[in-house]
Design a protein around this ligand. Sequence first.
Ligand code: PBG
Length: 341
Amino acid sequence: MSEFHTARGPFSHTRMRRMRRDDFSRRLMREHRLSVDDLIWPVFVIEGENQREAVSSMPGVERLSIDQLLVEAETAHRLGIPAIALFPVTPAERKSEDAAEAFNPEGLAQRAVRALKAALPTLGVITDVALDPFTTHGQDGLLDASGYVLNDETVEVLVRQALSHAEAGADVVAPSDMMDGRIGRIRAALEADGHIHTRILAYSAKYASSFYGPFRDAVGSAANLGAGNKYTYQMDPANGDEAMHEVALDLAEGADMVMVKPGMPYLDIVYRVKRDFGVPTYVYQVSGEYAMLEAAAGHGWLDGRAVILESLLGMKRAGADGILTYFACRVAHWLREAEQG
Ligand code: PBG
């Protein structure tokens, strides 16, 4: 950039601070915005009536029985949140080696979907397709004698689970299991059964992350999993190109939307997916990210509202079209307040 001379000596023509000086020009040059349209609210669902249980590793998050879920979902809907993602907490006696509860038409997830679609037909309902809440060992699939998670056998169960969700009225099924070929098999089964409108949100780049700890407490799979890990199916946090390969496969198999998970440490992946594929791209601000922000804010070490909004805006800037976040309702309130001045 050329320089020119002032009374005080040479100076660049470029003064980046000109546009930052006033609120009006800061607003005019703002590139990204967080809106309520970007939010998906993940909720933990429990059996019973009139039940609310605090999740100790996620202060401010509660597991809700279906009747309470309806109350909170109505608020979320009124705030303008487009969709809710359900995570059932399976009672221990319903867990098994073969995860049969996953496709029980009267299962908790299936009943929650029916109740939500009956009460709030225009609220999008997303279901989690994976076996970990239903297995006695806490893995996302069926095991062979050595403890290895079987791929193709697991996919057969995932297909039945996804179909049972679609039959219950789920708008979106979201396979979070990371088995190979599951998107194609689920898509074929949905089409064959006439569920041509059911969308698939593929957890395409799901990493074997330690940020899922509080979630496993919340759904009660942590104790089942014990010292086990998910390294043979979830991705190595060291890899980026492999995520592009996963996304390409899931799109070829019929995914409508793809997801990267977790969020904050993986925004380079979000950026690459959106840039290279240009498809609806989502990111999951997972339980450990929630716990981290909430803990620091709770101690007064960070300004909670400011860092939560900043974390979500960063995801938008990286290219996310939408964000699963446990902060969804709180953020929707703040955005509404800001709108109303
Ligand atoms: C289950 C599933 C997990 C999460 C969403 N679906 C946990 C896991 O893979 O162990 C994590 C979500 C979060 O941490 O908020 N397949």
